[in-house]
Design a protein around this ligand. Structure first.
Ligand SMILES: NC(=O)c1ccc[n+]([C@@H]2O[C@H](COP(=O)([O-])OP(=O)(O)OC[C@H]3O[C@@H](n4cnc5c(N)ncnc54)[C@H](O)[C@@H]3O)[C@@H](O)[C@H]2O)c1
Ligand SMILES: [Zn+2]
Ligand SMILES: [Zn+2]
Length: 368
């Protein structure tokens, strides 16, 4: 079939919206009609050419929500008409990691996905007979996409698609960092560094876990205001004394849980230093630049602080994303404040500009 999609042709250049060919879903694959898709930093990062694993041409986009239109052979868990959220982090349910409750890092299709192919090592996207590679196994800057069944989370059909799309990446990452990775205990004190999509999700996750104090730290007053709406009890404009101020606020000990959601390794270090001696857990969700390292004084660890990393919030996507969406539908999570702009596919580059200008939290592409 013919689809319209936003193609990364050249690193550092605007995406080019154009017509492509999309082949039918093969075994274990599903054709999805996109209804909404968020524009995320990872898309822009790859488009910029800074990502060493990036490639072109490819159709970017990974924060998709849509409707199943057709399924290939041996697809059993979704059917036409189902509403789905796309998962760059799949859940095959069978690999050694899927079977272990300690991780969400499914091993099933990592290698081919990283190279831009569907699990059988080929692409469904092409242009005049030339293959176009997939991106993150999703390629949702497109009217339709073909994806592995194991990378689709079936959600409540009542859930609005624009909000549902945010659960495909940043929002679930933040919620999961607090709920799944850190498993924040009721009554605890939490500090969240960064109040973008991921940090705000972490604030909401700490609230849902029953944290007593949630300190949100960011450079932007506007974003700290949003953090209050998600449950932050305190806000702090970051400066060179952030760690000392947090220690002062917590009887000199530091917080039970800290979260890093900026991608800045200096902030990661602050998040470790602001964690409480004896049991403080620092969860790192931000993605650092290539070659950067985290500098931690080992004594901080010997005296009981721990550091954890969290990919997609430790969420096993096919199970966890529908549960998050249900909590949203029950009114436990407020998603609307994150949707700052509605744009069309043709405006996808404006989505990048808005993100660069830190104008709002998310631009969402509406397909119609
Ligand atoms: N682990 C994962 O699976 C995963 C998934 C999605 C995104 N991420 C990463 O998470 C990070 C955050 O993503 P986002 O979409 O929320 O980004 P964002 O840019 O919207 O938010 C980052 C926030 O950090 C704030 N900040 C910058 N310097 C700061 C400082 N010194 N102290 C406190 N706050 C500071 C910024 O003002 C901004 O509000 C990125 O590194 C992103 O790549 C990770
Ligand atoms: Zn993302
Ligand atoms: Zn698996």
């Amino acid at each position: 079939m013919k689809i319209r999609a936003a193609v990364l042709e050249e690193f550092g250049e605007p995406l080019v919206v154009q017509e492509l060919d999309l082949a039918e879903p093969k075994e274990g694959e599903v054709l999805v009609r996109l209804v909404a898709c968020g524009v995320c930093h990872t898309d822009m990062y790859t488009a910029s050419g800074v990502d060493p694993s990036g490639y072109a041409p490819t159709v970017l986009g990974h924060e998709g929500a849509g409707v199943v239109e057709a399924v290939g052979p041996n697809v059993t868990s979704v059917e036409p008409g189902d509403h789905v959220v796309t998962l760059f982090s799949p859940q095959c349910g069978e690999c050694v990691h899927c079977l272990d409750p300690r991780t969400n890092l499914c091993l099933a299709i990592r290698e081919q996905q990283g190279k831009g192919y569907l699990p059988d090592g080929t692409t469904r996207l092409s242009r005049n007979g030339e293959d176009i590679r997939h991106f993150m196994g999703t390629s949702t800057f497109a009217e339709h996409t073909v994806m592995p069944e194991i990378a689709l989370a079936k959600i409540d059909p009542e859930a609005p698609m624009d909000g549902a799309a945010l659960f495909a990446c940043g929002l679930s990452t933040g919620l999961g960092a607090a709920i799944n990775t850190a498993k924040v205990q009721e009554g605890s004190t939490c500090v969240v560094f960064g109040a973008g999509m991921v940090g705000l999700g972490a604030v909401a996750g700490c609230r849902l876990q029953g944290a007593e104090r949630i300190i949100s730290v960011d450079l932007s007053d506007d974003r700290l205001e949003l953090a209050k709406g998600q449950g932050a009890t305190d806000t702090m404009v970051a400066d060179e004394n952030t760690v000392q101020r947090i220690l002062d606020e917590t009887d000199g000990f530091g917080a039970d849980y800290t979260f890093e959601a900026t991608g800045n390794v200096n902030v990661m270090r602050q998040a470790v230093e602001a964690a409480r001696m004896a049991w403080g857990l620092c969860t790192v969700a931000g993605v650092a630049g290539k070659g950067e390292t985290l500098d931690v004084v080992p004594r901080l660890l010997i005296t009981g602080r721990r550091v954890a990393g969290s990919s997609f919030g430790g969420v096993k996507g096919r199970e966890g994303v529908p549960q998050f969406v249900d909590r949203w539908m029950k009114g436990e999570i407020d998603v609307d404040p994150f949707i700052s702009h509605h744009i069309t596919l043709d405006d996808v580059n404006r989505g990048f500009e808005l993100m660069e200008a830190q104008d709002g939290i998310r631009s969402v592409i509406d397909f119609n």
